[in-house]
Design a protein. Structure first.
Length: 125
């Protein structure tokens, strides 16, 4: 009987953890706002996740999404989209919701403008 109670308690705890984890992604499933991109001079700098910044990787900074979250970024001006992985915290301007790597900015057509309006869709962990 004790063993069954322990298993039941573990299942309840696991369910609660999964619900809380899913909630983080659901709250930020779609977001729209400003984006910018990292300067080339930051190449090799340590990101908040501990990884060095790689301007050729498809990565980004977001204030709250967990590291490793995959996000589809669509630049509204060009309609181009790219999938990035969150590996840093930022941006540090209240007017922006994401900073993307140089490679992601080029793929979106954002480099000439420097900043632009984007839509973010969380794809998952």
């Amino acid at each position: 009987m004790k063993k069954l109670r322990c298993i039941g308690l573990n299942l309840i705890l696991l369910t609660l953890m999964l619900v809380m984890h899913a909630r983080v992604y659901a709250e930020a499933a779609v977001e729209q706002g400003g984006a910018s991109y990292y300067a080339d001079s930051l190449q090799g700098s340590k990101t908040a996740s501990g990884e060095p910044y790689d301007k050729e990787a498809l990565t980004a900074a977001h204030r709250t999404l967990p590291f490793g979250t995959r996000v589809k970024v669509t630049y509204l001006k060009t309609g181009k989209s790219i999938d990035v992985v969150i590996n840093d915290r930022g941006p540090h301007s209240d007017k922006l919701i994401i900073d993307v790597s140089g490679a992601a900015a080029r793929a979106l057509g954002l480099t000439d403008d420097g900043r632009g309006e984007v839509r973010l869709e969380v794809l998952g962990p």
